[in-house]
Ligand binder design. Structure first.
Ligand code: SF4
Ligand code: SF4
Length: 136
């Protein structure tokens, strides 16, 4: 679980892209849905059981972090796809985000190495909402 003090409202950043720095793969546990666990089973012993379910196994970092990249980037779990963005039902005004008539409160992990680089943050959040939260 990410510490609350690491999260800042999305309006505090302008751009974002993943620069594959590996911070998130090392620092955070990746929870898996049942479907994700089934899908990743072909890779063998890549799971650990935790209090709240099944997670990706880590040694120093995630087992899928290889040669400075995510070896399963195109099919990585939803938790990784959403990171460094976190979508809440409540929050402060600075974190409000309207999308297709719905209101979200979006926060960003300030430690992600991709902050300030890449695409305008509003476009990034819209893409994530479209891909992950609304298409289930
Ligand atoms: S911390 Fe950010 S930039 Fe680094 S690998 Fe994770 S998502 Fe990509
Ligand atoms: S699945 Fe990929 S993006 Fe997710 S923690 Fe592992 S190496 Fe990082």
């Amino acid at each position: 679980m990410i510490p609350r003090e690491n999260l800042i409202p999305w309006r505090e950043i302008e751009k974002w892209m993943c620069v594959h720095c590996g911070y998130c793969c090392k620092e955070y546990d990746v929870p898996l849905s049942f479907e994700e666990e089934e899908r990743l089973r072909i890779f063998g012993d890549v799971f650990v059981k935790g209090k709240l379910g099944v997670y990706l196994k880590k040694n120093e970092t995630c087992v899928f972090r290889k040669n400075g990249r995510c070896a399963i980037y195109e099919i990585r779990p939803k938790a990784c796809e959403k990171y460094p963005f976190f979508f809440r039902e409540e929050g402060e005004r600075e974190a409000e985000f309207e999308f297709q008539g719905k209101r979200f409160f979006v926060y960003v992990d300030k430690n992600c190495g991709g902050i300030g680089k890449g695409e305008e943050v509003e476009r990034v959040i819209e893409k994530i909402l479209r891909r992950i939260l609304l298409v289930v």
